[in-house]
Design a protein around this ligand. Structure first.
Ligand code: PLP
Length: 380
């Protein structure tokens, strides 16, 4: 058996998504900017996809811009807001995905903004009192970027609360929602975020396509200059089949969200239970062990200290289990996770992130636990 537990890094494409994309790879190849019928046909499919995404998120199609994925959407929100709104302060956290963290650091390094890191609780949760202090100190001249769910440790930020706080202190709010779009419901009429982002490959869509939601009252300048595509917000011929696939993937994930959630929470709870049964002194990093209050697709396991922990992912891999040590860019390597480094934890302990999808099975969970127990070799 080979079992895949790296769905926070990427998910397999749903067959129905692939079927929806296929005609736009083979037969419907017109450029959506062309005015002839080949182009117009594709343009209307693209705009139907935009409407589908907007309807699902309860917003207007005019607020949805397709991008090459989550990273580009995060870069656009941060860099273009700072550039065109004259904002001097940026508040974020040290456990953001690098798409946000490295962008924020670059903005500070080039003198465009002063960066402030919100303090975190021992388990990585945002300290909301500290966030409020920072907001108060820079009222009216500040942008906040805090992720909805952390891709490594599954912590969920209360973005409704952050949105309320940002409104009170006249701050611009961006949330990296890459790990929650399609897994949680976002109602953009209720949520007080100016920008959210999505990435198709996290929800059984294709790689290399995503979106940026820009609230109507926070128009920004483009990040990628070129043609007039995306209503002058992103130059470059659109990734048509990718956009069709993104909209279909989002549609499927919303249609079946409760069932998928129930299935995945069952898998996670089974894994927690079996790990506790079979491995001594086991804990869970961040809040990922708390099924009700974490990103249900992620479980970050904290293993007893051992000299062999550096080889954990390699050993799991040769035993048929694909898991990760953190974000995709550090998985399989011994570069430490910047997220785990910020947690108050015993850093000699090993960590493995298992992330689940609708396709993961109980048998795969049992197999992974058995292999991990064999590798770690500290039975209860
Ligand atoms: N933000 C988060 C929280 C992520 O997990 C990821 C992907 O790992 C990204 C951003 C980047 O998304 P993409 O791979 O679409 O560029």
């Amino acid at each position: 058996m080979r079992a895949y537990f790296d769905n926070a890094a990427t998910t397999p494409v749903d067959e129905a998504v692939f079927e929806e994309m296929k005609p736009y790879l083979l037969n419907k190849y017109g450029n959506p900017s062309s005015i002839h019928s080949h182009g117009r046909e594709v343009r209307s499919a693209l705009e139907r996809s935009r409407k589908k995404v907007a309807d699902i998120l309860n917003t207007s199609p005019s607020e949805i811009f397709f991008t090459s994925g989550g990273t580009e959407a995060d870069n656009t929100a941060l860099k273009c807001t700072i550039a065109c709104k004259g904002i001097e302060h940026l508040i974020t956290s040290k456990i953001e995905h690098h798409a946000v963290l490295h962008t924020a650091e670059e903005l500070e390094k080039t003198g465009k903004v002063k960066l402030h890191f919100v303090e975190l609780e021992n388990d990585g949760q945002v300290k909301y009192d500290h966030l409020e202090e920072l907001l108060k100190a820079h009222r009216g001249n500040v942008m906040v970027s805090l992720m909805h769910a952390n891709n490594e440790i599954g912590n969920v930020t209360d973005i409704d609360r952050v949105g309320e706080m940002c409104e009170e202190y006249d701050a611009i709010f961006h949330s990296d929602t890459v790990q929650t779009v399609g897994h949680f419901r976002h109602d953009l009429q209720q949520l007080k975020a100016h920008f959210i982002v999505g990435s198709a490959h996290k929800l059984h869509g294709p790689k290399g396509v995503g979106f940026l939601h820009v609230r109507h009252d926070k128009k920004i300048t483009p990040f990628i200059h070129g043609g007039a595509q995306e209503r002058n917000m992103r130059g470059g011929t659109e990734n048509v089949s990718g956009i069709i696939g993104l909209a279909k993937a989002l549609e499927i994930s919303y249609q079946h969200q409760l069932d998928h959630r129930q299935h995945i929470e069952g898998l996670k709870s089974r894994m927690i239970h079996k790990l506790r049964e079979q491995i001594e002194d086991i804990h869970f990093n961040g809040t990922s062990g708390d099924i009700q209050n974490s990103l249900y697709t992620v479980l970050n396991v904290c293993l007893p200290p051992s000299e062999d922990n550096d080889m954990l992912l390699f050993n799991l891999d040769i035993n048929g289990v694909s898991a990760s040590g953190g974000s995709a860019c550090s998985s399989g390597s011994n570069i430490g996770s910047h997220v785990l480094a910020e947690l108050k934890r015993d850093h000699s302990r090993g960590a493995v992130r298992f992330s689940f999808s609708k396709y993961t099975t109980n048998e795969e969970v049992d197999f992974a636990v058995e292999k991990l127990a064999e590798i770690v070799g500290v039975g209860v």
